[in-house]
Write a protein that binds this ligand. Sequence first.
Ligand code: NI
Length: 202
Amino acid sequence: MKRSLALALASAALCTVAWAHQPSARSAADLMDTLMWNREPVGGPFTLVDHRGVRRSDQDFRGQFLLVYFGYSSCSDVCPTDLQQIALALERLGPAAAAVQPLFITLDPERDTSARLARYVPAFHPRLVGLTGSPSAIRHVADAYRMYFRKVPAGRGDYVVDHAAVTYVMDRDGKYVGFFPPGTRAERMLEILRPLLASQVR
Ligand code: NI
């Protein structure tokens, strides 16, 4: 499963639309290399705070498939597009969507407080859980997922966050299954998710 997914999803790109700065090719390449060829374990324990201000750990989500997306609420293009497709996929799954938990983990914890995420995530899907935490907690979970991200100054004290835009699929035990590259349509997600859900019925 892992290998076929990785091969099928070989066209992964980066969330750098409209940003003048290039990401560090080295780190972004490392992420892709890891995801494509399973060079290192992907995912791991985390303790963060959700958009309702409740502490949540990875253990809270055992028994459900996870769609894990890293981004930030000020991202103007790729994040919203991908989150919309995740939401659409969940809608089309119908009752089976209960076995899938979508998570949005911010890469901009300084600005993306719980309160801010509380205004952001429900716009996409009522079951989308936004997660934030201290900068070190965010760095920790991002590293566990081998996520590439980097703060880039945008003038006048402002900044953007360069980041890879992949949707990780984790199984009911929290193990990495595969990923969807940026721009994946809901229908494509369903082609992967439906058989996956059927094969791991509990
Ligand atoms: Ni983004």
